[in-house]
Design a binder for this molecule. Structure first.
Ligand code: SF4
Length: 465
């Protein structure tokens, strides 16, 4: 499961990739999960393909984020639209790790002494790999990149069936500080309805093993909006998760509409999800959690050091579905969701020669305006909001000067507070921007409404091959 290590890194359990249209803030609260801006459907083939040495030449390399993508899962969840392949045979996994090593070598050779401040392994389900395969993955990454993963915060995603004691022992021994498990629901019938057939007993056994392995941070992903889910069953799942006192919880709205029950009419389903969201939020706040974003809740004082140290623009992604970010270019190898195309891309990736990894294939070039938008969107979608001083230091003027009309529209709807207090409370700060509680509830409408015209057009014309 792919609960994000932090908001900008990974895909979400129930992310939607439907391209937004102009004025979408008026068409419902669930337009799209903006876990990164721009979305990969705005990436296009780069012609000519730039060498990575050139792409990274002027970038600071002392505090990068390393992301490893393992695109394999045991089964395909009904709500998933991520880049993943089911049932990969052992030989394919071995070939994938070979390719990962070639890619890591090419990236290391292109970057002049990169240093990593944090790492994440996502998917897919990284623990689809056996304990021995995970060991190999860590070995090759550390050897090739010359980095000690035990020295930095590292997040790894897992699933109930694959969180076995031997794999967890490898993760713990290699320095994993945060483990994220996709549970979705503690009600067996709801897990089946979300096409993730798993028994509560298995889930609880996995959680026991995770706690026994002793990771600093446990994150549990839950989903609301599943067919047949009620306020009562939702509370039941929340309480069942709280038994483990997870340091973090992600609550995801389901994005694949069941065509039965309450969800038959889109509007009713929206209302139902909003009701469950508010219930979940209030329940976790009452249990002592703080809200970090629409989806993320955590125990106070558990902020990862990575959130302070990582530059938001420097991410090195390894693996065929991983993105990499520099300040001027976001790029990846390829992107697809449809099962047939994902298989073809993984098959192509494992056959690539070393030289093929030394260039960027598909991507999106960010100009100054897109960089500002990215900063605005990423900051506003966090409960803490946007610090005007940081923004001005980075972009030379205030956000109101660059995005006055956009901000006015959000304020008109009651979604934006201006001159808000900073995170943690205190006196209001001039210029501090923060979504109101209702704005945060509508994050999946706020984010897409702030996309640039160029990104909207690219996303709308994206065709799944
Ligand atoms: S199929 Fe895999 S990547 Fe997709 S939601 Fe399920 S566990 Fe996560």
């Amino acid at each position: 499961m792919e609960g994000p290590g932090r908001a900008v890194v990974a895909g979400g359990a129930a992310a939607d990739v439907r391209p937004p249209r102009e004025g979408e803030a008026d068409t419902g609260p669930y337009q799209g999960y903006v876990y990164a801006y721009p979305h990969k459907t705005a990436y296009r083939p780069l012609e000519p393909r730039p060498p990575l040495a050139e792409v990274w030449a002027d970038e600071p390399l002392h505090s990068l984020f390393l992301y490893l993508h393992i695109p394999f899962c045991e089964m395909r969840c009904g709500f998933c639209n991520l880049f993943t392949r089911t049932g990969a045979p052992e030989e394919l996994v071995a070939a994938y790790l070979d390719a990962l090593e070639r890619q890591a070598t090419a990236v290391r050779d292109a970057l002049d002494g990169p240093r990593f401040a944090a790492a994440a392994v996502g998917g897919g389900t990284p623990t689809y790999l056996s304990a021995a395969e995970l060991t190999r993955m860590f070995d090759l990454t550390e050897r090739v990149m010359g980095t000690d993963l035990r020295a930095v915060p590292m997040s790894v995603e897992t699933s109930p069936a694959t969180a076995t004691a031997d794999r967890l022992a490898v993760l713990a021994e290699r320095g994993t500080t945060r483990i994220s498990i996709g549970v979705q629901s503690f009600v067996d019938a709801e897990a089946r309805a979300a096409v993730r057939p798993q028994r509560r007993q298995e889930v609880e056994a996995a959680l026991d093993r995770i706690r026994a392995a002793g990771f600093d941070t446990l994150n549990i992903d839950l989903i609301y909006g599943i067919d047949g889910q009620t306020g009562e069953t939702w509370r039941h799942s929340l309480d069942a998760a709280l038994v483990w006192k997870p340091e973090e919880l992600y609550l995801y709205p389901l994005y694949v509409r069941p065509l039965t029950g309450l969800a038959k009419r889109a509007r009713d389903w929206d209302d139902h999800r909003l009701t469950l969201y508010r219930q979940g939020r209030d329940h976790l706040l009452a249990a002592g959690y703080e809200q970090v974003s629409m989806r993320m809740f955590r125990l106070p004082g558990r902020q990862s050091p990575a959130e302070y140290t990582c530059q938001s623009d420097g991410m090195v992604g390894l693996g065929c579905g991983a993105r990499s970010y520099t300040s001027g270019l976001h790029y990846s190898y390829e992107y697809a969701v449809a099962a047939g195309r994902v298989r073809a891309i993984v098959d192509e990736y494992v056959r690539l020669a070393a030289g093929e990894f030394a260039v960027a294939n598909v991507g999106f070039r960010l100009d100054e305006e897109e960089r500002r938008r990215r900063h605005l969107i990423q900051s506003l979608l966090q409960a803490g909001g946007l610090d005007p001083v940081l923004y001005r230091d980075r972009f030379g003027a205030g956000p109101e000067e660059h995005f006055g009309d956009d901000l006015e529209r959000l304020a008109d709807r009651g979604w934006l507070e201006r001159d808000a207090p900073p995170p943690g409370g205190g006196d209001p700060r001039p210029g501090w921007l923060r979504l109101t509680a209702e704005g945060l509830a509508h994050s999946d409408a706020v984010g897409p409404a702030l996309f640039s015209g160029r990104v909207r057009t690219l996303m709308a014309s994206y065709e799944e091959r």
